[in-house]
Design a protein around this ligand. Sequence first.
Ligand code: GDP
Length: 326
Amino acid sequence: MKKINSSLAQSLLAGDRIALAKAITLVESASPRHHREAQKIIDEILPYTGKSIRVGVTGVPGAGKSTFIEALGNFLISKKKRKVAVLAIDPTSTVSKGSILGDKTRMESLARNENAFIRPSPSAGVPGGVAAATRESILLCEAAGYDVIFVETMGVGQSETAVHSMVDFLLLLLLPGAGDELQGMKRGIVELADLLAVNKADGGNLQKVKLAQAAYKQALRLFPPNENGWKPDVVTCSALTGDGIPQIWKRIEDFEKLTKANRWFHVKRQEQSRQWLRERVLETVIKQLRENPKLKKKFTELERQVENGKMSVISATRALVMSFTE
Ligand code: GDP
């Protein structure tokens, strides 16, 4: 292995949580200098990443995502000797909101555990976007030795597809009752999920939970089988009492075993990396067009020519691409 030059990367690789938090702060920073530092660290730690299972947890606000992650996280640490990191992704998060939803008020018992690391969503102002920062944070957590990474969605809508593009397994938490209305979520999210869990299966909810489970099982039948050979299912759990939590973990382990054996685990990660690269390239090109004075001028000129019918879109594009290499 190559020698690690940065002392922050060294501490991070030794599992130092403060170093991990600092590195994530660099990733999220708006300062170009910090950003360059962050990229250097990521390049150094890259050989030590990838060895976790990345689990997305989504569901409407109030479904019990935080309570669930805390229960499963504590189970994994105490019974399975795992190290658990929890990242949140909220494309609408602002700095102040991010800190309110931060590790102090949520998941208190998990946050106190030395084998857990909890980080609120980056704020919407981060360069490259919230999703890019979260993807890089996943790598940093892995390098620091966390082998189960939860990515919790906070906002509704956009964050679900973003989270799907960065995890191995997506769990959709549902409320009892409200069967076929899909609980304010787009139908698409049910299609993306690897497992559906009707939460709050406790107290007087049991009847409603069973109804919801049956309705969702019915809904799943409408979807075509997955290419990876995995059959999504609907289970029930209570994040409050812990009922069903070990069984959900068993499903995630089964998924990991199956998709590692048939290589889909790897194939999906490769596709995610390619997609990430494509997004980054597009962003970088657009940023250059906005910020590089020469390119900006050229682009405006070409736009005018196209507008006035003096040049075709194809020729203008070609001319623009040429000016990138000049
Ligand atoms: P989130 O918005 O999806 O993260 O949901 P929270 O974890 O904040 O939970 C929302 C509310 O539901 C809280 O009052 C929790 O105490 C409660 N809750 C979460 N899980 C359960 C459960 O399994 N059973 C019951 N009865 N309440 C739950």
